[in-house]
Design a protein. Structure first.
Length: 153
């Protein structure tokens, strides 16, 4: 498989969120068959959905990877686990959240894997850091795919 550009959103609002996101960048850089091309600045944003929680630190990583989408997702989920990520509620607090926003020009809708992320184009806390690292990104089918559901379980 040839290398593909992918954008990964990072977010945290627990246990020193800035450090969590910075460490997340470093761990993404160490994923096999994946090269970190760019890191956005860190952005502080209010929570969406469940509002009774601390503000988030959000960012975006641009990578080039030869991993298939599912393998990249598995690597990101392993990073989340190492950060102590617990999935108790939708849009709830988290130590580290990693979402594949874009994977080349692929559109994927499988159980547990939706790319591009269904609501990325609607969220400034995703789009601002994404456009910082990938100014000419095209989100495939973005306007037609505004539906519920996370990028992964």
């Amino acid at each position: 498989m040839s290398a593909v550009r992918a954008a990964i959103a990072l977010g945290s609002n627990l246990d020193d969120p800035e450090a969590q996101v910075r460490r997340g960048f470093d761990e993404i850089a160490s994923v096999e068959r994946t090269r970190l091309l760019a890191r956005s600045r860190l952005y502080r944003t209010a929570p969406v959905g469940y509002a009774d929680q601390p503000d988030f630190v959000n960012a975006c990583a641009l990578v080039e990877t030869s991993l298939p989408p599912r393998a990249l997702l598995d690597a990101l989920l392993a990073i989340e686990q190492r950060h102590g990520r617990v999935r108790e509620m939708r849009n709830g607090p988290r130590t580290l959240d990693l979402d594949i926003i874009v994977y080349g020009d692929r559109v994927i809708d499988e159980p547990g894997l939706i790319i591009p992320h269904p609501r990325a184009h609607e969220r400034a806390f995703v789009m601002q850091p994404l456009l910082e690292v990938w100014p000419d990104v095209v989100i495939p089918d973005a306007r037609a795919r505004s539906g519920p559901g996370p990028n992964h379980p």
